[in-house]
Write a protein that binds this ligand. Structure first.
Ligand SMILES: [Zn+2]
Length: 1061
C-alpha cells in the first residue's frame, strides 16, 4: 500500500474556498468486477460486468453528472462508473442524484459497476498544479479506461465517452483499443436503434444550454440555506411538511401537511394554508418544504364552493371557511419530483409565447403542477401529443420550472396514450419481463422434484383438496380441505396456498422485479402481472388434477366448539381434486339436482355417487366452520361494507361474454372467511417468531371527526349511527334501513368506508402492539398470506413463515431476515404501490366512463339521462351518486353567470337569476318562479355529458334536468337492477376498445393482434375484467379498506388527501 497526499478544494458554508490535504492510500488489489478478469481480482462480492459484450464504456465525470438518465437505459450494458465521476455527482448534484446513481449501481438488472480508480495504484493520477478540476477529472477517467484495457490484457475494447470536445482531440489517438468519443456519437454509432436514448441526450443537452442564457430578474424570494432551515425547524420558527396542492384550485391553494414529530415546538394540529404562487415560492406538489407562519391577521380560510370535477370529498372534511394557519414557503428540504406527463400546445400558442428559439410551455396532465418550460426542436411535431418530461430546476429568476423532454407517449385522446399516461402519472413501471428474468423460470413441462417429495408433507392421497373461484380463473392462489378426524371428536381444516417462494428465490431478477412492482395491476381493460405467466398461470397455480407445491395451514378443531387444538404450518405437496366455481359449489351445497363437477364425468355411476357425496359433505362441513368463524368475528365487531355486485361471465377462452349482477352466495363468504382465518393465524405465527421484524397489515380505527358526514346524513333521515366502536358501528349500520329505498343503506355504508383510512402493511418492530389491530376485520393481528401470485407482501410473509418454521426446528437460517428498518421501508414501498394501483384503476375506470359517453349525444340519447341520489350538500350545489353507472359527481345549482337552477311545477329545471340557501341537510334555490329545496338522499334526474379537456383527463359533467326521480330509474330494490347499466357500460367500452384495436391492426396491414412482447412474455393486455373482478371480490369481502377502488362497482373513490380533495 502506498501513501500519498490528496489535495481537495472544498467550498465552505460561507462560500469561501478551503484547501484540505488528505492522506490517500493506493493499493493494487482494487477489483475490476469484470467476468473476463485473468488477474485474480476479488470480484466475488459485487456485480460483475458480463463477458459477452462488444466493449465496455467508461463515462466521463460530466456525462455521469448531467446525463445519468441516459446511462439508466437498461439496454446500455458494460458501464464502468469511476469513483472520480461518482464523487463529482455527489459534490455538485446533491444527495438525490447521488442516491439515484447508487441505486443504479446496486440494481442487478443494470449491467454496470463501480471502479474505485482513485485507490488503484496504477489508475490513480494526482492533480497537477494549476490543472482545472474538470480537466483533471477527465484525465482520471481516461486513465481508468486505459487501466481496464490493460488489466483485461486487451480482451475488450474500452470506449470513454465525454462531453468535452478537447478531450476527444487530446486522447482519442493515444492508445489503441481505448476509444474516446462524444456521448452523442457513441449513441449514434453503437446504439442506432435506441432512438429514445439519443433523443433524451439531445433534449438534456439543449436544456443545459438554454439555462446558461437565462434572464436575471428575480421572480421569487430566494430559498434559505439548508442549515438555516434546519435550525429554524428545530427552534420552531419554521414548520416542516409535505406540500399538497388543491387540484381544484391549483393556482391558489396549497396546504402543508405538518409532520407531527418534527414540529413539536409549534403546537400546530392543522395543515398550513399557502395562498398563491408567490408564497408557494417554487415548491411543487409533493415536495418537502419549510414554511413560516404569517401573522394571525393575515390568516385565511379555505374555499367551500364546489369546483369542477369535485366529488371526492372525504367524509368529515366539511370545508370550513374560518381562517386557518397560513404561511409562506421559505425553503425546500426535498424535491420529490417524478416523471410528469404533459401535453404540447398547438402551434399558435407556441409562437405567441416564445420569441427566442424553441422554448415552450407545456401543461402537465396533473392539475396540481405548474406549467413547465422546456426546450425542444420537436415542438411542431409534438403538438397535441402527450409526452413525459422531467424537471431540472426552478430558479428564482424564472416564472416557470425548467424541464426536459424524455419521450413521447402518443396522440392525446387515444386509448393507448391515455392508459400510458395513467401508468406514468402513478409511477407504475411495467415493462415486459426481460429475457434474463425469463431465463430464471423453471423448464416447462415441469415435474415434481424427488428431493421435494422427501421434505414436504404429502397430502395427495390423504386429503380431498379443492378450489373455489370465479369461472375461468387461471391463477389459483388458494385451495381448501376439510375432514373429520378419526374418532369423530375433531375436525381438520386446511388452507393450501401456492408455493410461490419455492420458485421465486430471494434476490433473483424475478424476485426483484416482483418486489419493484409489488402487486399485479388491474386496469379497466387489462392487467399487468407481478410474475411471469409461466408461474402465475401454470406452475404456481393450484390447478385441478396436477401435482403442485403448496404452503399449508392445517388446524385441528374441536368438532363441537371449533376451538383450535393444534395448528400445523408447512410445505406440502397437493393435488387438487376439483376446480369449482362459486355457482357450482353453491348448487352442490344446496343439493341441487344435476349439479356435478366436470371432473366426475368420466366415472362409473357408483364411484361417481360416492365421490359426489364426499365432496358435498366437505362443502357442508366447510360452510359450518366458516359460519362459526364469521359469527365470532361479528361479535368482535367486523364490518360489512359496500360489496361487489357485478361479476364477469367468461367463455372457454377467457373472454367476457356478460357481466351479471352477482347473486350473493354464501359460498363467497365461506371461502373469504377461511382466507381471513389463515391470514390471521399466519400473522400470529410470524409475529410471535419475529416480534420486531414481521410484516403485518393493520387497519387503524378511524378518527371520530371523519364520521361527521355519515352521522349527520343519517340523522337527517332519522337514523342514529353509533361510531364509538366497530361493533356498534356495524350494528347501527345494519339498523339504518329505509324500506322504501335500499340505496340509503348502501350510501351510508359508502360514507362509513370513506371515513376510514386504508389498511396498511407495517413491520412489527415499527409500531407498539396496541396498534396492530385490524379494525374492519375485528382482528388483533392480520397479514396477507393467501395471494402470493398477485401480491408481493404475501411473498415476504411466506418467507417469514418458512423462517419461523425453521427457527422452531432449530435449523440455522441460511440468510439473515430483513431487519425492522429494512422491512418497514419495504412495507412503505408496497403501500405506495398499492395506492398507485388503486389510483390507476380508478382513473382507468373514469377514462372508460368518458369513452362510453363521448360518442353519445346527451340531448337525444336516453342512456345519457339517469337517476341520481344526493349524498352531500355544498355551498353552490350538491354531490350525487348515479347507481346505474356507478358514477359520483357534482351537480351545480349556480352557474358562472350567477344564475341558479329554477324548478318548475312538473319538476323540470332551467337557469334563472335567483339565490341559493344552504343548510346542513338541504339546499334551496329561490327564483321568481318560487323556491325549491333539494334534500339529502332525494332522487333527481341528471343528464350526463363529457367535458373534454386537451391537457387533462376528460370528465363527466352532470346537470340536473328534473327535481324528480328518473322515470326509468330502477324501482326500489335497486340492488338487483343496479348492475345492469354498469354491465352494459363495461361491455360496450370493451367492445369499443376491441374494435379500435382491430381497426388499428387492419390499418397496419395484417398485423397480429398480439405484439411480440405479449406473445413471448405473456404480458396480458386483453380485456381482463375477470381478474379485476376477482380481485375486487377479495378486497371487498376480505379487506374492506381496499374495496374503494372497484372498477364496475360504484364504491367510493380511494380517500383523497383531505387537503387536496
Ligand atoms: Zn481484475
Amino acid at each position: 500500500m502506498i501513501k500519498t497526499d490528496k489535495i481537495l478544494h472544498l467550498k465552505s458554508s460561507r462560500g469561501g474556498k478551503v484547501r484540505v490535504v488528505r492522506e490517500h492510500y493506493l493499493r493494487e488489489d482494487i477489483p475490476c468486477f469484470s467476468a473476463l478478469c485473468l488477474a485474480g481480482c476479488a470480484n466475488a462480492d459485487g456485480k460483475v460486468l458480463s463477458a459477452d459484450l462488444t466493449h465496455y464504456v467508461v463515462p466521463d465525470a460530466a456525462v455521469v453528472r448531467d446525463f445519468l438518465e441516459v446511462l439508466e437505459f437498461r439496454e446500455l450494458r458494460g458501464i464502468v462508473f469511476t469513483q472520480t465521476a461518482c464523487q463529482s455527482v455527489q459534490h455538485s448534484r446533491g444527495r438525490r442524484q447521488y442516491n439515484r446513481l447508487r441505486s443504479l449501481l446496486k440494481d442487478p438488472r443494470h449491467d454496470c459497476v463501480l471502479f474505485c480508480n482513485e485507490f488503484q495504484r496504477y489508475a490513480y493520477c494526482p492533480r497537477e498544479k494549476g490543472e482545472a478540476q474538470d480537466k483533471w477529472q477527465t484525465r482520471c477517467v481516461y486513465r481508468a479506461a486505459v487501466w481496464y484495457f490493460d488489466h483485461l490484457v486487451g480482451l475488450k475494447p474500452v470506449v470513454m465517452i465525454t462531453e468535452d470536445p478537447a478531450a476527444v482531440t487530446e486522447y482519442s489517438s493515444l492508445n489503441a483499443g481505448v476509444y474516446v468519443i462524444s456521448t452523442q456519437e457513441y449513441l449514434q454509432s453503437f446504439w442506432p436503434e435506441l432512438q429514445a436514448a439519443q433523443e433524451l441526450h439531445g433534449s438534456i443537452a439543449q436544456a443545459l444550454q438554454e439555462r446558461e442564457s437565462e434572464g436575471q430578474e428575480r421572480q421569487y424570494t430566494e430559498h434559505l440555506p439548508a442549515e438555516v432551515l434546519e435550525a429554524g425547524i428545530k427552534s420552531g420558527r419554521y414548520v416542516q411538511g409535505t406540500l399538497n396542492v388543491n387540484k381544484h384550485r391549483a393556482q391558489l391553494e396549497a396546504f402543508v401537511r405538518v409532520e407531527g414529530s418534527t414540529n413539536k415546538g409549534t403546537e400546530l394540529n392543522s395543515d398550513v394554508l399557502v395562498c398563491g404562487a408567490k408564497l408557494r415560492n417554487r415548491a411543487v406538489h409533493g415536495d418537502t418544504v419549510a414554511v413560516e407562519l404569517l401573522p394571525r391577521r393575515e390568516w385565511r380560510g379555505r374555499n367551500t364552493a364546489l369546483t369542477e370535477g369535485e366529488a371526492e370529498e372525504r367524509a368529515g372534511e366539511e370545508p370550513q371557511s374560518q381562517p386557518m394557519p397560513t404561511g409562506r414557503v421559505v425553503g425546500i428540504l426535498q424535491r420529490n419530483w417524478r416523471d410528469y406527463v404533459v401535453t404540447f400546445p398547438p402551434r399558435d400558442e407556441v409562437q405567441s409565447q416564445s420569441h427566442n428559439s424553441q422554448r415552450i410551455l407545456v401543461t402537465p396532465w396533473d392539475y396540481r403542477l405548474p406549467r413547465i418550460r422546456i426546450s425542444t426542436q420537436q415542438a411542431d411535431a409534438l403538438q397535441g401529443h402527450r409526452a413525459i418530461v422531467r424537471l431540472d430546476s426552478w430558479e428564482s429568476t424564472s416564472l416557470y420550472p425548467n424541464g426536459h423532454f424524455v419521450r413521447v407517449l402518443g396522440k392525446a385522446g387515444e386509448l393507448e396514450t391515455e392508459i400510458q399516461t395513467i401508468l406514468t402519472e402513478n409511477s407504475i413501471h411495467v415493462a415486459p419481463f426481460s429475457e434474463a428474468q425469463l431465463r430464471e423460470m423453471p423448464v416447462n413441462p415441469w415435474q415434481v422434484e424427488s428431493g421435494e417429495v422427501e421434505v414436504r408433507r404429502d397430502l395427495r392421497d390423504t386429503h380431498l383438496v379443492f378450489s373455489i373461484d370465479p369461472q375461468g380463473c387461471e391463477d389459483v392462489d388458494d385451495t381448501l380441505s376439510v375432514r373429520t378426524l378419526p374418532g369423530g371428536a375433531g375436525l381438520e381444516l386446511g388452507v393450501h396456498i401456492a408455493d410461490v417462494t419455492h420458485f421465486v428465490r430471494e434476490g433473483t431478477l424475478t424476485d426483484l422485479e416482483a418486489r419493484a412492482r409489488a402487486t399485479t395491476y388491474y386496469l379497466a381493460d387489462r392487467r399487468y402481472d407481478m410474475l411471469p405467466a409461466v408461474l402465475s398461470a401454470d406452475l404456481c397455480s393450484l390447478l385441478g388434477g396436477v401435482d403442485r407445491y403448496a404452503m399449508s395451514v392445517l388446524w385441528q378443531l374441536d368438532a363441537q366448539t371449533l376451538a383450535v387444538k393444534k395448528v400445523w404450518f408447512g410445505r406440502t405437496l397437493i393435488c387438487s381434486s376439483y376446480q369449482l366455481h362459486y355457482e357450482l359449489a353453491q348448487s352442490l351445497l344446496n343439493g341441487q339436482e344435476g349439479a356435478e363437477p366436470a371432473e366426475l364425468a368420466e366415472l362409473g355411476p357408483a364411484e361417481r355417487g360416492q365421490r359426489l357425496a364426499d365432496l358435498r359433505e366437505a362443502l357442508r362441513l366447510l360452510t359450518h366452520v366458516a359460519r362459526q368463524l364469521r359469527a365470532r368475528r361479528d361479535e368482535g365487531g367486523a364490518l360489512e361494507l359496500e360489496g361487489v355486485e357485478v361479476r364477469a361471465q367468461l367463455d372457454a377462452d377467457g373472454n367476457i361474454t356478460a357481466l351479471v349482477p352477482r347473486q350473493p352466495l354464501e359460498v363467497h363468504e365461506t371461502v373469504a372467511e377461511c382466507m381471513i382465518y389463515a391470514n390471521h393465524w399466519v400473522a400470529r405465527k410470524i409475529q410471535e417468531a419475529f416480534p420486531h421484524q414481521a410484516l403485518l397489515r393493520h387497519h387503524p380505527a378511524p378518527r371520530q371527526e371523519f364520521f361527521c358526514q355519515l352521522t349527520d346524513s343519517a340523522k337527517a333521515l332519522g337514523f342514529s349511527i353509533d361510531t364509538r366502536s366497530n361493533k356498534v358501528l356495524a350494528d347501527s349500520l345494519d339498523r339504518a334501513l329505509d324500506p322504501e329505498d335500499p340505496l340509503v343503506n348502501r350510501l351510508l355504508r359508502m360514507m362509513a368506508t370513506q371515513a376510514m383510512s386504508n389498511a396498511l402493511y407495517f413491520s412489527t418492530g415499527a409500531l407498539p402492539l396496541d396498534q396492530y389491530e385490524h379494525y374492519g376485520l375485528a382482528l388483533d393481528r392480520y397479514t396477507h398470506f393467501t395471494s402470493p401470485i398477485r401480491r408481493y407482501a404475501d411473498v415476504i410473509v411466506h418467507r417469514l413463515l418458512t423462517a419461523a418454521i425453521e427457527k422452531e426446528k432449530g435449523v440455522e437460517a441460511n440468510k439473515a431476515l430483513a431487519n425492522n428498518k429494512e422491512l418497514e421501508a419495504l412495507a412503505h414501498h408496497i403501500n405506495d404501490k398499492n395506492r398507485a394501483a388503486q389510483h390507476a384503476q380508478k382513473q382507468s375506470t373514469e377514462l372508460f366512463q368518458c369513452l362510453y359517453f363521448k360518442d353519445k349525444d346527451p340531448q337525444v340519447d336516453e342512456r345519457c339521462v339517469a337517476d341520481a341520489v344526493v349524498y352531500a350538500i355544498r355551498a353552490n350545489g350538491m354531490l350525487v351518486f348515479i347507481p346505474q353507472y356507478g358514477v359520483k359527481g357534482a351537480v351545480y345549482l349556480k352557474n358562472r353567470e350567477g344564475q341558479v337552477v329554477s324548478v318548475r311545477q312538473d319538476g323540470s329545471c332551467e337557469w334563472e337569476s335567483g339565490s341559493l340557501q344552504r343548510y346542513p341537510d338541504r339546499i334551496s334555490t329561490s327564483t321568481t318562479a318560487g323556491t325549491h329545496t333539494f334534500c339529502l338522499f332525494h332522487h333527481i334526474t341528471v343528464r350526463i355529458s363529457v367535458q373534454s379537456s386537451r391537457c387533462h383527463a376528460d370528465r363527466l359533467w352532470l346537470e340536473v334536468i328534473s327535481s324528480r326521480p328518473h322515470r326509468a330509474a330502477p324501482v326500489p330494490g335497486a340492488g338487483q337492477g343496479a348492475g345492469h347499466g354498469r354491465a352494459e357500460l363495461v361491455q360496450e367500452v370493451v367492445r369499443w376498445a376491441e374494435e379500435a384495436s382491430q381497426r388499428e391492426a387492419e390499418g397496419r396491414g395484417a398485423a397480429p393482434k398480439l405484439s411480440r412482447e405479449e406473445r413471448e412474455f405473456r404480458q396480458s393486455r386483453g380485456p381482463n375484467l375477470y381478474t379485476l373482478l376477482q380481485e375486487i371480490r377479495e378486497l371487498a369481502l376480505a379487506d374492506l379498506s381496499s374495496c374503494q377502488s372497484a372498477m364496475p362497482q360504484p364504491g367510493p373513490p380511494p380517500p383523497a388527501c383531505p387537503t387536496s380533495a
